[in-house]
Write a protein that binds this ligand. Sequence first.
Ligand code: FES
Length: 141
Amino acid sequence: MSDAKTIDAAFRQVESPREPVSRSGRRIAVCPAAELLPGDKRIVDVPGGPSIGVFNIGGEYHAIKNVCPHNGAPLCLGSVHATHAPSELHQFEPCMEGRVIRCPWHGWEFDIVSGKGLYDRNSRVATYVVEVQDGVVTLVL
Ligand code: FES
């Protein structure tokens, strides 16, 4: 499959993201919702578990594993921004404002909402369920 086709496939997966699934039901309090405003993030080191980044994107909470699948970088320390959709030569189509994280080591990009890597059809970072319970942002593992 050509690079263009595999990137197109990656963006199609982002358009219909799978909902994250709780595996154990373990609940981890992150912070009061009032302290995690749109555009903010928190990184939580789960005792006995992974490091997880929790993001407020436009008022909705999303969480991804803080490990880049390429080479193990602390992914959630990367910058959050938009990206460009696949397009014709010399055309630029900005998209996904505020929901793309760029790995701080080598620049691979991931959609925070779906966990999907944007550079090929197979890459993905784990996503987690986030709820607000009694005004507290809570991870549900
Ligand atoms: S470790 Fe993330 S892109 Fe290389």
